[in-house]
Ligand binder design. Structure first.
Ligand code: F0G
Length: 451
């Protein structure tokens, strides 16, 4: 059976190409914009290729009890929604997805929102949401016979790519900004056997360089300009909808860097809606770091019509991106769902991250922008107490242990960043203490921290 039912449609000019016609940089040769995967059969209401909503819900639930490797993947369990392979037998999987949805007990009390949840994509095999996209695009690379795959990265994409390439038996090339990615992520690329190049530039410079490289050599580009990545990254939308028994939450709040993930989740909910699996889409809001906020600026200037790149600075290194490739797609998602786009500063990120840690969850700094952003949305009245809210946590707390340790030691933020927030910070900081080897000293240390 040919499972492959898709084509690629340019997001800018609407031009359609087959998968074999796409350029190595996945840019449209007519207008230079990015492609989206499109399933023509879905738009014909009675067509044979249009999936049946009721049957799908039943099938996906059944697969949870299946012993098939493909059904253990939270991406391929929903494979009718991503028919991108000639054969699903070519799927490269590490049992990604199926990530937990946690109720945030403390934050929900503090913000007066009963139904506040975190979908923790950091609980994926390589510790970030990138795994869901990588299983999809790596499977395409393997099926199409590539020997080499490559990405530029702020760290998580490279970790995921290296792991999935190793599973697929492909070679991988990683291009990362020198000194600007967290050690945990760099160590993963090395461990999974990638050829890792550190370059004295930022993420945007790395991506530009890599685009030149893939035009000269037969290498499959696995950055999120590759539309198949987004097909995998849309699947948490299905998991979220399923978890709420197909009643979608009112709000989904997502961090914004290169802006592919917000685009992908929007596509996921849009397709569920289009196929009649859900009655509406959630409002999708994108939160950026103040020092890496080109989309926020774009919305302030002309509501997402144009974007001017910025020089990006933030300690949340995963989202230190000034020229996001997928900004047009993300802008559309915010506009069509009635979401917001706002930014949060370094102290707000650090505090939100510590609060999530204190709930027993933890995440990497880039993920914590979601809670920091929710506080602002709540203060503006954009989120009501009775609404259901899901924060998308994108990376595992162990990805960037240096950040966490610096926070608890009080060395992360500068005085001008902490001004007026000293008490709030002190209440969250839990530095390790050196104590004498006596019961008295240990018990005294416990007393110090009570309350
Ligand atoms: N959160 C984390 C932990 C990330 O690693 C990234 C992106 C984002 C959020 C933002 O997602 O780019 O789709 O808007 N990291 C990329 C990387 C760029 O190379 O790992 P986005």
């Amino acid at each position: 059976m040919n499972d492959n039912l898709h084509q690629l449609r340019c997001f800018g000019c609407g031009a359609r190409v087959t998968r074999g016609e796409a350029r190595p940089d996945f840019r449209c040769s007519e207008c230079g914009d990015l492609f989206e995967v499109e399933y023509p059969g879905w738009s014909q209401p009675k067509g044979n290729d249009r999936p049946n909503a009721g049957a799908l819900k039943w099938l996906w639930r059944e697969r949870r009890c299946s012993s098939e490797a493909l059904d253990h993947s939270g991406v391929w369990r929903f494979r009718e929604m991503l028919p991108i392979l000639d054969s699903f037998g070519n799927a490269v999987t590490l049992s990604e997805g199926n990530t937990p949805l946690y109720h945030l007990t403390r934050a929900s009390k503090a913000l007066g929102i009963d139904q506040l949840y975190a979908k923790h994509q950091g609980m994926n095999p390589t510790g970030s949401f990138k795994d869901t996209g990588m299983t999809a695009a790596m499977s395409v690379a393997k099926e199409r016979g590539f020997e080499w795959v490559a990405c530029a990265s702020t760290g998580n994409t490279s970790a995921a790519m290296a792991a999935y390439a190793a599973r697929a038996g492909l070679r991988s090339l990683v291009v990362i900004p020198d000194g600007k990615i967290a050690w945990g992520k760099l160590s993963q690329a090395m461990d999974y056997g990638a050829v890792t190049c550190t370059v004295k530039t930022d993420f945007d410079g790395c991506l530009k360089l890599l685009i030149q490289v893939v035009k000269e050599a037969h290498i499959y580009l696995l950055n999120s300009v590759n539309p198949y990545r987004l097909e995998g990254q849309k699947t948490p939308a299905f998991e979220i909808a399923e978890a709420f028994d197909w009643n979608v939450p009112d709000h989904l709040i997502v961090p914004g860097g290169n802006l592919a993930n917000s685009s992908a989740l929007g596509k996921g909910f849009r397709e569920l809606h289009q196929l009649g699996l859900v009655a509406r889409m959630p409002r999708i809001s994108v939160i950026q770091a103040e020092g890496a906020n080109p989309l926020v600026r774009s919305f302030a200037k002309d509501h997402g019509a144009t974007l001017e790149p910025v020089e990006a600075h933030t300690r949340a290194t995963a989202i230190r991106i000034g020229n996001p490739a997928s900004w047009r797609k993300a802008a559309r998602v915010i506009q069509e769902t009635g979401g917001w786009c706002l930014d949060v500063n370094e102290a707000e990120i650090a505090i939100a991250k510590a609060e999530l840690g204190a709930e027993g969850l933890g995440c990497e700094p880039a993920s914590a922008v979601t809670l920091a952003g929710l506080k602002k949305l709540r203060a503006q009245g954009a989120v009501e107490p009775g609404e259901t809210v899901v924060l998308l946590l994108t990376g595992h707390t162990l990805k960037d242990a240096d950040y966490t340790i610096d926070f608890h030691r009080g060395t992360l933020l500068k005085n001008e960043e902490t001004a007026g927030r000293e008490a709030e910070l002190a209440g969250l900081q839990r530095n390790a203490q050196a104590v004498d080897a006596t019961t008295h000293a240990v018990l005294a240390a416990m007393k110090d921290k009570v309350g």
